[in-house]
Ligand binder design. Structure first.
Ligand SMILES: Nc1ncnc2c1ncn2[C@@H]1O[C@H](COP(=O)(O)OP(=O)(O)O)[C@@H](O)[C@H]1O
Ligand SMILES: [Mg+2]
Length: 369
């Protein structure tokens, strides 16, 4: 039996384990919560992700360790490496993704365009940065933000002081120009140990309140040039890190250009559609990559729309009665703003797919999706 250890036992760890099982791979996970959702499909060690001893316990019996959360402290993956484990993706990529400044500096060094930005560590620096970048702008914590948390939009000068008061005293910050994007896209890519790079088609992501609500795969009206641009950015990052595994880049499309927003050194919510809509899912290809196995085809097999269930779940029978609708429940207790499941709707004909999406939306509780 091949065993793989995943640091983190959330829904991404759960779906990694679900992809690993048919390949005969047993997954062990490390998560601070006793009811981590991956517990039903993996052997869970309960412990802090910053606790190297707990990580060694979780990794006992595995040669290879991966992670499903970019908040895993780099000290943990380093200690595992020093104790002889192979960690994939590389710790360097994990660290870069943890700091919005390092991330944007890395993008820039690889000729990947980003929004104008400036580091901010005092109220005076914030005023200087606003003078340089103008408004509207977004103030963000450099580290630890997710689902739009740790951000304040500055539309006018009047918003500057409140934004500083909300975020500044507690953390190092970054100010970014607010991009008037046409739409948000993401590229999901995977690199094998041998350097084989594959990408899934560009997808469109719709956010509300900083949280991903819907992913449309493939994104409409993607030219071969735009796909090639995104593929090139993904390849540049993957090769830069000698990366192994799945990497996601969140992008803003402005006309024919793409600005990189952030990267995630892991499988990503905007890739959940690949379970039903692609020849090989992001989860299976991540498992294949980190275990040193050949990658599977990333071809799209069915146009798909993924709708997140945020804070509540529909009754299963209402979704399952709809043709082409695939229900995923994560087994998590619903709370406002919490991702507790998703529905992927597939359909070969555009009109059929749209009708099915309408049917799904009609039965979802109001605050979902
Ligand atoms: N510079 C920006 N310009 C315009 N919109 C932005 C900018 N930064 C973030 N956003 C919006 O906020 C969402 C969440 O921000 P993001 O930086 O991706 O943080 P998180 O780590 O919470 O995902 C983005 O998907 C986008 O909709
Ligand atoms: Mg994001």
């Amino acid at each position: 039996v091949t065993q793989l250890t995943v640091l983190g036992g959330g829904q991404l760890g759960r779906m990694l384990a679900l992809a690993a099982i048919p390949l005969g791979v047993d997954v062990t996970t490390l998560d601070p919560s006793t009811d981590a959702t991956a517990r039903t499909v993996s052997r869970l060690t309960v412990g802090d992700l910053g606790d190297a001893t707990a990580a060694r316990t979780a990794a006992t019996g595995s040669a290879i360790v991966t992670f499903e959360w970019e908040g895993v402290p780099a000290s943990t993956t380093r200690e595992l490496e020093e104790s002889g484990w192979i960690v994939r993706p590389p710790t360097t990529a994990l660290e870069v993704s943890q700091d919005r400044i390092t991330e944007k500096t890395t993008f820039t060094a690889l000729d990947i365009p980003v929004a104008l930005f400036a580091p901010v560590s005092s109220r005076a620096e914030l005023f200087n940065a606003i003078a340089a970048l103008g408004t509207p702008a977004i103030l963000k914590t450099r580290r630890g933000g997710y689902d739009g948390k740790g951000q304040a939009v500055i539309e006018t000068e009047a918003d500057v002081d409140p934004a500083w008061d909300a975020l500044g005293p507690a953390a190092s910050l970054i100010l970014e120009a607010k991009v008037a994007f046409d739409r948000e896209l993401s590229i999901i890519a995977v690199r094998s140990v041998d350097g084989d790079v594959r990408t899934w088609p560009l997808v469109e992501n719709q956010h509300r309140g900083g949280i991903l609500r819907t992913t449309v795969a493939p994104a409409a009206a993607i030219t071969t040039e735009l796909q090639a641009l995104a593929d090139g950015y993904a390849r540049a990052l993957l090769d830069h890190f000698s990366y192994v595994g799945v990497l996601t880049i969140e992008l803003f499309q402005v006309g024919n250009t793409l600005l990189a927003n952030e990267m995630a050194p892991r499988v990503h919510n905007s890739g959940h559609w690949t379970i039903e809509g692609a020849a090989t899912s992001q989860f299976e290809n991540h498992v294949r990559a980190v275990l040193g196995w050949p990658l599977g085809s990333t071809d799209l097999t069915a146009p798909s729309v993924m709708i997140n269930c945020i804070g509540a779940l529909p009754a299963p029978e209402t979704i399952l009665a709809i043709p082409g609708a695939h229900l995923h429940r994560y087994g998590k207790t619903p709370r406002p703003g919490r991702k507790v499941g998703h529905v992927t709707v597939t359909g070969t004909e555009a009109a059929t797919l749209a009708a099915r999406v309408d049917q799904v939306r009609a039965v979802l509780p109001a605050d979902i999706g």
